[in-house]
Write a protein that binds this ligand. Structure first.
Ligand SMILES: CC(C)(COP(=O)(O)OP(=O)(O)OC[C@H]1O[C@@H](n2cnc3c(N)ncnc32)[C@H](O)[C@@H]1OP(=O)(O)O)[C@@H](O)C(=O)NCCC(=O)NCCS
Length: 166
């Protein structure tokens, strides 16, 4: 199995729309992630991703589009910190793919953004798979922010993970 991170391409449109149109993904990410997820959403995301390819990329498995990774750099005094995001299409879950993909993405970020010193992610309390992925990549749980987030009308604790450049 060959896992790779690359720039989004227009040919990802159908696979992106198909894999992203999934309630099991929507329930674990920000509300800005569309649901239902249409071909128009996919096209717009690919255009956006291609306009800033160091911040948004595709995960491929054996050359097939499988998911996305992202980076949101902090501003001003937080410019040494950046938030990472990721999701994988459900048919690919449970095979260690995200652990490998996130590891690749982290290495790429360290190389591309020399000023970034700390990566972080905020995870819904119920998303144990995502926390496990972060831990396997070397992230540490820094804090639990009580009822910091709301998803599907329910307040949820945010588990804050970080990794510092070694
Ligand atoms: C979270 C997600 C990225 C995981 O991808 P994946 O490729 O299946 O992850 P991996 O196979 O690399 O690792 C998953 C780990 O979580 C564990 N796991 C999976 N489901 C679990 C559960 N319900 N409870 C506890 N652990 C769980 C697996 O056993 C594995 O750990 P292990 O290697 O120690 O056995 C994927 O499920 C996803 O995209 N979910 C929806 C979007 C999302 O949650 N994004 C992250 C937002 S913070």
């Amino acid at each position: 199995m060959h896992i790779h991170i690359r720039t989004l391409i227009p040919e990802d449109e159908i696979a992106l729309a198909f894999l992203a149109n999934n309630r099991s993904i929507y329930d674990n990410v920000r509300d800005i992630f569309p649901h239902p997820y249409t071909l128009d959403h996919a096209r717009a995301w690919i255009d956006y991703g291609r306009s800033q390819p160091t911040l948004n990329a595709a995960i491929t498995v054996d050359n097939c589009f499988a998911g996305c990774v992202g980076l949101i750099p902090g501003q001003d005094i937080h410019r040494v910190s950046a938030e990472i995001g990721y999701w994988l299409g459900e048919p690919f879950w449970g095979k260690g793919i995200m652990t490998t993909a996130l590891d690749l993405w982290v290495q790429q970020i360290w190389q591309t953004f020399p000023e970034v010193h700390r990566l972080w992610a905020g995870v819904f309390a119920f998303n144990t798979a995502s926390m496990r992925v972060l831990e396997k990549v070397g992230f540490e749980k820094e804090a639990v922010l009580k009822q910091a987030m709301i998803k599907n009308q329910v307040l949820v604790d945010e588990h804050l993970y970080s990794l510092r450049r070694s």
